[in-house]
Design a binder for this molecule. Structure first.
Ligand code: PEP
Length: 249
């Protein structure tokens, strides 16, 4: 199956306070003057979603959230719902990022409930999976991502727009990346698991790679079979670096 349009998504995490909007403006202007054939998304902290959505309006840049709660509304101090993100102008939402799984104890079942919430609110979920270094060294990388797919992806995803991001935990923010062969092996296994779980509907979703993608390694990673784009953390904070990754797709 041909999936020609890649998705390059930038996860700002808890950054962007000082010059985030200026960087976003620079990114948007560059993509207006020299368009790209890829989809481009920026996931800023929740406080910047509406301002970024306003800035990006009419451009190719889509805006997303970094997490949401499963409930639509209620007494959940400090949390944000998929509906609130959508109302602020988000079109996508990252779910199950390893920093949420590890730092907030999120389980596959929690992620699955959040995916249902995203679909309910009309957001496109970008569902993160990936093994720890210990799991990789124990030869369990494929087993771990298969189990995360089975636990975090509800059947209601069938026929809906969503992406999976394979992010080895040990590659996030470390400068380390798997070999191209390792990326190809896991992406092939993720595709097979998606088809096992969702039938032919499992052929459609993009499988992004995430973990220390930068201008110097983006082209070779994005050329790997079944790599449908990238989820980029640190290198998405500077417009020039993020643009170089987008241009490498
Ligand atoms: C991420 O947090 O999703 C990520 C891939 O981070 P980095 O690119 O900084 O490794």
């Amino acid at each position: 199956m041909k999936r020609s349009v890649k998705l390059i998504a930038g996860n700002w995490k808890m950054n962007g306070q000082a010059d985030g909007l200026a960087q976003a403006r620079r990114l948007i202007e560059a993509l207006v003057s020299e368009p790209t054939s890829s989809r481009v998304a920026v996931m800023p902290p929740a406080t910047l979603v509406s301002r970024l959505a306003e800035l990006a309006s009419g451009s190719v840049v889509e805006v997303g959230g970094q997490d949401c709660r499963a409930e639509a509304a209620g007494a959940f101090t400090g949390d944000i719902s998929a509906e609130l993100l959508a109302e602020a102008g988000a079109a996508l939402v990252i779910l199950g990022h390893s920093e949420r799984r590890q730092g907030h104890g999120e389980t596959d079942a929690d992620v699955s409930a959040k995916v249902e919430a995203a679909l309910r609110a009309g957001l496109e979920p970008v569902i993160c999976i990936g093994e720890t270094l210990q799991e990789r060294e124990a030869g369990r990388a494929i087993e771990v991502v298969r189990s995360q797919i089975s636990g975090s992806l509800p059947m209601s995803l069938n026929g809906r727009a969503f992406a999976v991001a394979y992010e080895p935990v040990w590659a996030i923010g470390t400068g380390l990346t798997p070999t191209l062969e390792q990326i190809a092996e896991v992406h092939a296994a993720v595709r097979a698991a998606l088809v096992e779980q969702l039938g032919e509907g499992g052929q459609a979703p993009l499988i992004l790679y995430g973990g220390s993608v930068k201008p110097s390694n983006a082209a070779e990673i994005l050329a790997v079979e079944e790599v449908g784009g990238a989820l980029v953390g640190g290198a998405s904070l500077k417009a020039d670096d993020f643009l170089a990754i987008i241009r490498a797709a």
